[in-house]
Design a protein. Structure first.
Ligand SMILES: NC(=O)c1ccc[n+]([C@@H]2O[C@H](COP(=O)([O-])OP(=O)(O)OC[C@H]3O[C@@H](n4cnc5c(N)ncnc54)[C@H](OP(=O)(O)O)[C@@H]3O)[C@@H](O)[C@H]2O)c1
Length: 246
């Protein structure tokens, strides 16, 4: 496909719901081609139907990047890796084994596998476009939450991959940037799942119900707007940030 009029390529994993969907709905760029990589489709985007907890999907992600970049004459590309999962919210070793492994693959492995694919695909395009890879991080990367071990570990791994790869990209002088930004507590399906979890499996559930009832949750669109604004700023490569820090 010719990308003649397209100035910006935007890829969102997990664009079908919550923060990813709000990123599509609040896209600030005209003349952008937008892809949603997740199992369900999203309005306003081209759907690449993938289960990202299945390693067989990762080469297909790279093919999507390469094909879109090949027909692209603009100079800016953005990947937002928003796909993530808490399921199973259970203490370690007490969940359904297959779901525990899917959690590890999606939260810990897919950010890195997809990050490598992204950087390879960009390097293969001459000239390499300016790009940002934005991971949706979490305060759970540094604070332990009983019941969320796979999620906490995946977010911690992604934070440190971001720091390391940001330094590598600067070392190479590439026009590519990687950032990881925690959004705070956001009113999405993931938060609904938390509030429905028995206290036995998630001892902090009462606090999350209180936060919800007290109106403390941010809206996905509010968060998405702040994330897009952040991407326009000259934030150092490899930064790991929290929107709550302003
Ligand atoms: N909500 C919060 O308070 C909060 C706080 C900190 C960080 N975050 C992070 O924000 C990101 C988005 O979460 P959300 O709150 O917006 O949750 P959400 O509404 O549940 O959305 C999760 C997204 O991830 C996608 N996803 C899940 N499993 C997938 C799989 N196997 N393959 C492909 N896509 C998959 C889903 O798409 P499909 O189901 O269509 O596949 C969906 O679009 C996550 O990384 C989460 O860790 C959220």
């Amino acid at each position: 496909m010719s990308g003649d009029a397209t100035e910006h390529l935007v890829f969102i994993t997990g664009g079908s719901s919550g923060i990813g969907l709000a990123m599509i709905e609040t896209l600030p760029y005209a003349n952008a081609r937008v892809f949603n990589l997740s199992r369900r489709p999203a309005p306003g985007s081209e759907h690449v139907a993938l289960d990202l907890s299945d390693p067989d999907s990762w080469p297909r992600v790279e093919t999507c990047f390469r094909e879109a970049l090949a027909g692209f004459s603009g100079d800016r590309a953005t990947l937002v890796h928003s796909a993530g999962v808490l399921t199973p919210i259970r203490f370690a070793g007490e969940g359904e084994p297959e779901a525990e492994v899917r959690n590890v693959l999606l939260n810990s492995a897919s950010p890195q596998a997809i990050g490598h694919a992204w950087l390879r695909a960009l390097a293969a395009r001459d000239p390499e476009p300016r790009s940002t890879l934005l991971f949706i991080g979490s305060g759970a990367s540094s604070a332990p939450y009983s019941g969320w071990s796979g999620y906490c570990a995946g977010k911690a791994a992604t934070d440190h991959w971001t720091r390391t790869v940001g330094a590598e990209l600067d070392h190479r002088g590439r026009p590519a940037r990687v950032l990881c930004v925690a959004p705070g507590i956001v009113q999405t399906a993931m938060q609904a799942e938390i509030r429905e979890t028995p206290e036995r499996d998630f001892p902090e559930v009462a606090r999350f119900i209180e936060l919800h009832e007290g109106g403390a949750l941010r809206t996905p669109k509010e968060v998405a707007g702040e994330l897009w604004a952040l991407l326009e700023r000259d934030v150092p490569n490899g930064s790991v940030l929290d929107l709550r820090d302003g």
